[in-house]
Design a protein around this ligand. Sequence first.
Ligand SMILES: Cc1c2[nH]c(c1CCC(=O)O)Cc1[nH]c(c(CCC(=O)O)c1C)Cc1[nH]c(c(CCC(=O)O)c1C)Cc1[nH]c(c(C)c1CCC(=O)O)C2
Length: 344
Amino acid sequence: MTTRETPALIRVLGGESLPTPPVWLMRQAGRYLPEYRELRAKAGSFLSLCYDPELAAEVTLQPIRRFGFDAAILFADILLVPQALGQKLWFAEGEGPRLEPVADATRLAEIDRVVDQAKLDSIPETVRRVRAALPRETGFIGFCGAPWTVATYMVAGRGTPDQAPAKELFERDPALFQAIIDRIVTSSIAYLNAQIAAGVDAVQIFDSWAGALGPEDFRRWCIAPTRRIVDGVRAMHPQARIIGFPRGAGHLIPDYIAGTGVDAVGLETDIDRTFARNEIQSRVPVQGHLDPLVLRAGGDALEREVDAILTAFGDRPFIFNLGHGILPDTPIAHVERLLKRVRG
Ligand SMILES: Cc1c2[nH]c(c1CCC(=O)O)Cc1[nH]c(c(CCC(=O)O)c1C)Cc1[nH]c(c(CCC(=O)O)c1C)Cc1[nH]c(c(C)c1CCC(=O)O)C2
């Protein structure tokens, strides 16, 4: 029997409106923090940080200690899943992720032979360590990448501006693309269930490149596989809250909510606030959507923007966050100013 009081984050995800919204920031553990840069240098590489439960737990907790955010997010990466599926993954310094591309059936069969799900076994241990150290009132979020976004990296072997390699593959060989999606779905369900069993309260499904798909492809490659993940998680953990973040999906988000069954939705920076309030927040709690550039710039513009967001969304279930990850050169003083403004 747990005596933990329900964190504000979880109350909002359950549909409550709070006078002061809970606040956390995407990529809140990261390079803008000197204490992160120090541990990252000690670990040698980003991936060794992800796979070391002691260091990953410490990095997860750093922004909680410094700022007292209302939620912690597990320190890991969406690309650990393709790595567990047997794909080679490395991070080229200053260039972002690299993978050996999977663009034909032979390559898919090859990665199938070296699948190494055990790589993900260190993650639940990280979750247990964070859970044990986290203040009672702080929510704890696990995550995975949505199949579409993960597939864009698997197929191209890197981030691409327009996701053209993945789009070309699903046009040319939809059965192969479906096979890739199916592997991601199965692995992600197991991965999220392991995170929840180890102690996260909620999970977020990051679909960073959802906005690259037209309506038909969005239903097939974004909504349908996300629905399978939601169902697979709920079958094991009916109580777990699920946040979907179909970045750039705009006017398709109401379809996404109906089609996937997520409990809440993350809003990107560019979304129209009136639309978001009337067509999205009327259906589910929302999270977002401050521009990371405005946070980096700081000053009066930051306070004006925070106020405008609170005016638009603050009287209904709302979680304050950015519309995308915090930029590495964001001054810490601006994060402090943001928190002060949100919390009054
Ligand atoms: C597309 C994507 C990735 N990873 C992620 C996404 C979806 C969200 C988004 O659109 O940003 C998600 C992610 N990545 C990371 C987290 C940890 C939790 C948190 O939000 O603090 C989360 C939730 C750590 C990370 N993931 C990465 C870092 C930087 C690594 C370093 O220390 O050098 C961190 C802290 C690396 C990463 N990982 C990825 C990229 C494109 C990059 C390089 C870009 C960059 O360097 O910022 C893939």
